[in-house]
Design a protein around this ligand. Structure first.
Ligand SMILES: [Zn+2]
Length: 198
């Protein structure tokens, strides 16, 4: 049976009336790798749970949880939702539909697999080598869906693809970049937590 080596420690919560508990666990055997170390945290104070949340990513340094203000997290979510809704709207515009169809046809009309592979790499849709691509090739409609709104807008800015709609795509790209910037400009600051006074 496998067990975990668990470390647990508590610090004072932001309001000072309760605690925040951090847990670290790693498989309890000699071959355990550092990458197998798991982290978690919980806010033990009901008051602080209203105003703060545990923030954690699934990889790298981000695996270590921090406590951030709920307000910041929600502001970020709202900004991200606005970006996504705008991207979807732009993706469904007549200009995008024309461009999608044109790109899809270009891909599907390439006479050989090698030519299709070359085109898809030029479009920034795939990065794999030809032998890998041959094992799992994709067609025009899949290429468009992988491009997504941002990729499509990017290609539309080039007169080669955007044709008479280039201005539209330049404006759309600018708008999406601005909305993305707005998301990133909202900080997610780790709240400084003090050790327990004993
Ligand atoms: Zn508290």
């Amino acid at each position: 049976m496998s067990t975990n080596d668990v470390t647990e420690y508590s610090v004072m919560c932001p309001c000072g009336a309760g605690t925040v508990t951090f847990l670290e666990s790693i498989p309890d055997h000699a071959f355990a790798r550092e990458s197998q170390r798991e982290y978690s945290a919980q806010i033990d104070c009901s008051e602080c749970r209203l105003n703060f949340v545990v923030h954690q990513q699934s990889f790298g340094e981000g695996k270590k949880p921090t406590i951030v203000s709920r307000e910041q997290v929600e502001a970020r979510k709202a900004a991200a939702a606005l970006h996504d809704a705008t991207a979807l709207e732009l993706f469904k515009s007549p200009e995008s539909k024309r461009l999608s169809r044109a790109i899809s046809d270009l891909v599907d009309n390439e006479p050989t697999m090698a030519a299709r592979h070359r085109l898809l790499r030029r479009l920034g849709v795939i990065y794999e080598t030809l032998p890998t691509f041959r094992k799992r090739p994709i067609g025009g409609s899949e290429a468009v869906s992988r491009l997504g709104a941002a990729g499509l807008m990017r290609l539309g800015c080039l007169s080669e693809f955007g044709g008479g709609d280039t201005e539209f795509f330049i404006e759309a790209s600018r708008e999406l970049a601005e909305l993305k910037g707005a998301v990133q400009s909202i900080p997610l600051e780790a709240v400084k937590l003090s050790p327990m006074s004993s």
